[in-house]
Design a protein around this ligand. Structure first.
Ligand code: PAF
Length: 289
């Protein structure tokens, strides 16, 4: 165990976390877990603050989880900046960070994976990134078990991920409350993401089209347009005004069940994935919430 000057405890093994958690639980403290893959930005800090407010002890995890990346995805180039991450966590008053190696999480002989099989992983990013949510569900289940968290905090930017986590937490009777924190945006409207660092200044400017397209659809919805096809057309039309944008998907499903919908009469997720150059970005808005 290592300790920074702001009292952020740094753990790299499951046993260290378990010993820390045992102590905290014996003292009657509640634990908040903020799972991350590092390269922390202001969006992550909103998770830390929500956890800080709701729980006595905040544990962040920083782990680029190999099993949620496909063979042609960005696992190797995913930004890793653990020292800078620790400074940010310490400044937010986070109590501990768990930063395991892949071998600590998946030792030789590892063979257990969690799959959510009710259809919610077959759409949106689940359809485009086979195995992604199996990897997310597996690592998040492990992190919940390791930290014995009372509450776990996730960002709405990954709204499908939150739906998947809520599903397996309920199905597996994991005693944790899953809390969704609103999307954190730059002043331009661009949703904050560790992957924004892949973009050039010109691409970042072009990427503002994602939030702009969703805002147009939300305005139309608020003015009474509740037909899914029309709302998707509004988003597509706006995205197509940006030459650097290549649409991966524009979709609308009920939320959190992620079932097809024609006319919105319950909370629905309008979600998009768009390539700006080589960078794949996602964004969404929940309508009718
Ligand atoms: O949202 C993320 O950063 C990751 O999917 C998570 C939840 C930390 C699991 O690796």
């Amino acid at each position: 165990m290592n300790e920074t000057k702001h009292n952020l405890k740094i753990f790299t093994t499951v046993n260290e976390v378990r010993a820390f958690v045992r102590e905290q639980k014996q003292a009657g403290k509640t634990i908040g877990l903020c799972p991350t893959m590092g390269a922390l930005h202001e969006g992550h800090m909103t998770l830390m603050r929500a956890a800080r407010k709701a729980c006595d002890v905040v544990i962040a995890s920083v782990f680029v989880n190999p099993v949620q990346f496909g063979p042609n995805e960005d696992y190797d180039k995913y930004p890793r900046q653990f020292d800078a991450d620790c400074k940010k966590l310490a400044a937010e008053g986070v109590d501990a960070v768990f930063h395991p190696t892949p071998e600590e999480m998946y030792p030789a002989g590892y063979g257990t994976y969690i799959t959510v099989e009710n259809g919610i992983t077959d759409v949106l990013c689940g359809a485009r990134r086979p195995g992604h949510f199996r990897g997310v569900a597996t690592v998040v289940t492990k992190l919940m078990n390791i930290t014995q968290a009372d509450k776990a905090f996730f960002g709405q930017k990954d709204a499908q991920q939150v739906a998947v986590v809520r599903r397996f937490v309920a199905d597996l009777n994991i005693p944790v409350e899953v809390c969704m924190v609103p999307i954190c945006r730059e002043a331009s409207g661009l949703a904050r993401s560790s992957r924004n660092s892949y973009m050039t200044a010109e691409e970042k400017q072009a990427a503002v089209v994602l939030s702009r397209s969703l805002r147009k659809a939300k305005e139309a919805f608020e003015h009474g347009e509740h037909t899914a096809e029309t709302l998707k057309t509004i988003v597509r039309a706006e995205l197509e005004t940006e030459p650097l944008a290549k649409i991966d998907y524009v979709d609308l499903y009920t939320y959190p069940a992620l079932l097809p919908v024609d006319v919105i009469d319950e909370p629905c997720l309008l979600a998009i994935a768009v390539y700006i150059g080589k960078t794949r970005l996602i964004d969404n808005v929940i309508l009718g919430d």
